[in-house]
Structures are given as structure tokens and as C-alpha cells.
Design a protein around this ligand. Sequence first.
Ligand SMILES: *[C@@H]1O[C@H](CO)[C@@H](O)[C@H](O)[C@H]1NC(C)=O
Ligand SMILES: *[C@@H]1O[C@H](CO)[C@@H](O)[C@H](O)[C@H]1NC(C)=O
Ligand SMILES: *[C@@H]1O[C@H](CO)[C@@H](O)[C@H](O)[C@H]1NC(C)=O
Ligand SMILES: *[C@@H]1O[C@H](CO)[C@@H](O)[C@H](O)[C@H]1NC(C)=O
Length: 362
Amino acid sequence: MSSTFLHQRPIQALPSNPSLLSPRSSNFTHRPVSVFSRTGLLVLLFLMVLLGIFIPWSEMPGGLLLLSSGGTKPALTKWRSYTLAQAASFVAKNGTLIVCAVSEPYLPFLNNWLISITRQKHHEKVLVIAEDYATLYRVNEKWPGHAVLIPPVVDTQTAHKFGSQGFFNFTSRRPRHLLSIVELGYSVMYNDVDMVWLGDPFPYLEGHHDVYFTDDMAPVKPLNHSHDLPPPNKKGRTYICSCMIFLRPTPGAKLVLKTWIEELEAQPWSRAKKANDQPGFNWALMKTAQHQQVDLYLLPQSAFPTGGLYFKNKTWVKETKGMHVIIHNNYILGFEKKIKRFHDYGLWLVDDHYSESPLGRL
Ligand SMILES: *[C@@H]1O[C@H](CO)[C@@H](O)[C@H](O)[C@H]1NC(C)=O
Ligand SMILES: *[C@@H]1O[C@H](CO)[C@@H](O)[C@H](O)[C@H]1NC(C)=O
Ligand SMILES: *[C@@H]1O[C@H](CO)[C@@H](O)[C@H](O)[C@H]1NC(C)=O
Ligand SMILES: *[C@@H]1O[C@H](CO)[C@@H](O)[C@H](O)[C@H]1NC(C)=O
């Protein structure tokens, strides 16, 4: 604590409390000491160390708040200017990050998801991309350094209605965030926060492919289904989920993300189509795969089923018991309905198990 204090505390801050600088108040010397002499500086430094213990943390400049994790409420200015590069290097383990993008109304889902990840001991590499300042502050207050905000902030009032332009704008930021992270050299797993981990997904990321993803189609596949990008349906498209993606920092993965961003720009939201970011992701996968520019890997359905299968086919769930790794609460609209469904399936953990979350009770 003290050494960091000495490195960071600006020397100019001291004269603001002159009584503490009086040599007479010091037990260490009775000789008048000039602030500018060598000895004076040493005495000052020594005093600063002492003061570091006695000055209430709340009076400290924002830059020092990293130190205050015990005790008083951490001030939040530090995290306002925390860049993605700084956050990533602070949080990444073994060159890998797990990220989600969250705005304030989704904090209960974030906490639920985090509890399930903590049970698999992968929480230390979770970086929350906060889509508003309230989320940034609340996460960093409880779990310093684990949230970052990438400006600009989108209008979160309009961002939550599935199919709306606000929702499109909100989800369109996803490939940009992911591209920034792989360009920094990290492998990254992206998850929507309406997911729950029942097992550890990392052993399923076999081989050295560029991009790993899950199918959002509900029809049951054989357990030994291919790991290639599935063939397009009658409408000429695949139906891969943009909800759970693992990317390695390879040229192939970067190309997929760049193509995804181009697709979103080329096909902006319209009232007629009410798109989100998922079709753009699928076009990007199809285009890059067609030209053999990328090495893709479809994760097994038994471990990563869509909500359209897991919550709708009890027979299948029984048949594949013990194989499920990540459950996605999709194929249902509405906040309350999602919570109720998690409840009904014993996957709503925040009420009884919040103490297992690094965020505690929110
Ligand atoms: C670290 O990352 C490498 C490459 O991504 C992986 O093969 C290895 O298993 C990881 N090690 C641990 C301890 O997670
Ligand atoms: C979405 O983004 C477009 C283009 O940047 C902008 O014109 C529009 O106002 C945004 N809409 C909402 C609801 O955020
Ligand atoms: C899956 O197993 C069946 C029956 O054992 C076999 O006919 C089929 O070729 C296998 N499919 C793949 C993709 O390996
Ligand atoms: C439900 O799962 C069973 C067992 O895998 C499968 O035979 C059946 O076709 C599935 N039902 C539907 C409606 O997909």
C-alpha cells in the first residue's frame, strides 16, 4: 500500500494541509526543515507514508482508488478512463478473456451468469463491457477492474426491445468490441448473459480453429454431427447463434469480425426487417467459409443446445443428461418470462446463491 502511495501521490498535494507539514508536529526532528532540502524531502516522504494510513480514503484523488478495496466505498473516477487495453491486460488469464456486454437492467442476469462461471472457476478472466455508466460503476465498485466502458454510450432506453433499431444499434457494437480484443492479441469467449454454465466449456474448444460457435436451430442432430458450418437452409442462410462465440487472435477470426461489421453497415436496421446482429454474423461466416479464408468449428449440440431445444424437448434433455455445458435462455421474449423460465428449471441462482458471485448481492 505505502509504496504505491509514494509512487502515485502528487507531491503538490501536501501543502494543502500545512499544519501537518510543520516540523514541530513531527516526532522525528526538532530542527526546522526546508521542504526543498534533501533531508526535508525525505522527511516529507516519511510523513506521506504515515499520512497514507490516516487520511480517509474518500479524500484521496480518484487515481488512487485501486488501493481502497477494503473499507470505504471506492471512488469511481479511475474506471472512467480505464481503456479496453488496460482492462484486458488486467483481467486476462493465459491470454484469454471471457466477455459479455451488459446494461443496467440486465445486472441480475449478469450476476446469475457469473455465479455459474464462478462454479467452473473461470470468473477471474471475466471482463464486463458496460454499456452505461451505472453498470460500469456498480461492477467496479464490487469487483474492481472487471468492467470497462467503451465510448460512446448508446441510448439504453431504446436498446432493449428485441427487433427495435435501438436493439440493433446495441448489438451492432458486439463485433467491434470483439475485434478490438482479438487485435490486442487475446483469445476471447463472448457470452450473452441470459446463459448459465453447467460445465466447463473450455475443454470443448478442441484444436486450433479460428472461430467456435453454436447452432441456434432446434431440430435434434445426431450426437456425432459434423463440426463444419452447417449447410444453409431453404432461404439460403445458416442459423448460427451470435450469443456464444470463441475467437482466437488469428487472421481468420479478424476477417470474420471485419466481414460481420461490414455486413451490419451494408444492411442497416429497417422497420421492415427488424434485424439484430445475428444475420450479419451468419453472412460473415458463410462468405469467409466459402472462400476458405477461415477455419470454423461448430460446437456439439448436446453440450451447447439452443433454448429452442433445451426448454422445449424433455425427451431430448433426458437422452442427453449430463452432457449439457451452457444453457441459453432464448426462444422466449421478455425479461420476466426469462426469469420465470430460469426459475422453473432451477437455473435462477441469484436469489439463493448470490454469495457465490464476485459481485455479491446487487
Ligand atoms: C493456455 O492457453 C493455451 C493456448 O490457448 C492452451 O493450450 C492451454 O491449455 C492454456 N493453459 C491453461 C492452464 O489454461
Ligand atoms: C441507431 O443508429 C443510427 C445510426 O448511427 C442512428 O441514426 C439512430 O438514431 C440510432 N437509433 C437508436 C434508437 O439508437
Ligand atoms: C455418425 O454415426 C453414424 C452411425 O454410426 C454414421 O453413419 C455417420 O457417418 C456418422 N456421422 C459423422 C458426421 O461422423
Ligand atoms: C425431441 O427429442 C427426441 C429425442 O432426441 C427426438 O426424437 C424428437 O424428434 C424431438 N422432438 C422434436 C419436436 O424435435
